[in-house]
Design a protein around this ligand. Structure first.
Ligand SMILES: Cc1cc2nc3c(=O)[nH]c(=O)nc-3n(C[C@H](O)[C@H](O)[C@H](O)COP(=O)(O)OP(=O)(O)OC[C@H]3O[C@@H](n4cnc5c(N)ncnc54)[C@H](O)[C@@H]3O)c2cc1C
Length: 327
């Protein structure tokens, strides 16, 4: 994500076609038995509704399948990345080279592993949507996940991003995470060993989150439901509707709120092409309908430079830029 940090230097990685490209389609068929969707427009897989085509898109449903896919892409040195719900990514207009793995409803089981009066341990496959997990908790009368109501995306994306709201975040409810590395090796780690921090899970890139184990408690179903409703209403009254990735920037260290800094810099309503700083919530850089990824990157850079100039603070994007590389 250095590309995002050094925003002035972002360019698409599709600009140069690498050597593996010509043999790619046949090779892919050799090592992946499942369905491949070619040249899928990422507009359809991201809440930003921007981004060019993913060269090859696959939807693994199991751990073995995933390991054999990783072994294939490793042998051919094909670039790859994993996404969940696409609610925290900004994809280059030129698209994504290589293989894009989407973990979603084919990899979404939820199981109660241990149930005692003090605590309930729940295992969730990371392709599950966070919304369906929160709803499931409500139905089971389990409390602990209410903070996550209304956060879009998958459980995997939330585990990786340490998604949070209303004073809660994933690191506070996660007990363990099962991970696969680039070699296809699987390990289950205690969340306390993972160096979780604000919107960051502390693992190296190339790790895939497979399962999250959540430590929850039994509670009153009606009270849990009511609490979720209240938090959802609060979210709706503070956040703009329409295509976005939620808060674009992380809050800088200290007591600073990125949204407040952007607002104080007078940037609400500032637009670049179809991208605009929301009038409702200054940390939302929204797609007004016609934005390109380039518009959003240029708006990001403008906001970063204005805030730096006025307050001496660097705003680091929370949103992950995919398909961009440094020049
Ligand atoms: C309207 C709106 C409101 C939002 N509100 C909040 C909020 O209140 N709090 C908050 O924290 N976020 C919020 N977000 C941001 C976003 O929803 C969260 O970061 C979410 O957890 C991302 O999940 P995802 O599945 O969409 O991840 P994606 O966008 O698909 O991916 C995000 C990153 O995680 C990686 N990744 C995804 N799945 C895996 C996996 N299984 N293994 C390894 N890496 C993986 C991707 O490579 C990428 O780097 C909001 C977004 C929107 C659009």
């Amino acid at each position: 994500m250095e590309a995002a940090v050094m925003a002035r230097e972002v360019v698409s990685v599709m600009a140069t076609i690498p050597a593996w490209s010509s043999a790619f389609n046949e090779a892919m068929i050799d090592f992946w038995g499942g369905e491949v969707l070619w040249q899928q427009p990422m507009v359809e897989y991201t809440t930003y509704k921007v981004g060019g085509p993913a060269q090859a898109m696959v939807f693994p449903c199991g751990i073995k399948e995933l390991a054999s896919l990783l072994s294939g892409v490793r042998q051919l040195d094909i670039p790859w990345r994993v996404i969940g719900g696409g609610s925290n990514i900004l994809v280059a207009d030129e698209g994504l080279p290589g293989v894009t793995l989407v973990l979603n409803k084919g990899f979404a089981a939820k199981t109660v592993v241990q149930d005692s009066p003090e605590a309930v341990l729940v295992k969730v496959e990371t392709g599950s949507s966070l919304a369906s997990f929160v709803n499931w908790c409500v139905e089971q009368g389990l409390t602990g996940m209410e903070f996550a109501v209304g956060i879009p995306g998958s459980v995997g994306g939330a585990v990786v991003m340490n998604a949070g709201a209303f004073g809660g975040d994933m690191s506070k409810v996660l007990s363990m995470v099962t991970l696969m590395d680039e070699q296809g090796d699987v390990v289950t780690k205690d969340a306390s060993e993972m160096n979780y921090s604000y919107r960051h899970w502390g693992e190296e890139s190339g790790q895939i989150a497979l399962e999250g184990f959540f430590l929850l408690r039994r509670g009153d179903k009606q009270a849990i439901r009511a609490s979720c409703r209240k938090l959802l209403q609060s979210r709706r009254s503070h956040q703009p509707m329409g295509p976005s990735c939620g808060s674009f920037f992380k809050n800088p260290p200290g007591d600073n709120s990125a949204g407040a800094l952007i607002e104080r810099a007078g940037l609400k309503g500032t637009a670049v092409g179809g991208a605009m700083v929301s009038e409702k919530h200054a940390n939302f850089l929204i797609n007004t309908g016609s934005a390109t990824a380039r518009d959003l990157v240029r708006l990001m850079q403008l906001v970063q430079s204005e805030v730096k100039e006025k307050f001496g603070l660097f705003l680091e994007p929370e949103v992950k830029l995919l398909g961009f590389a440094k020049t």
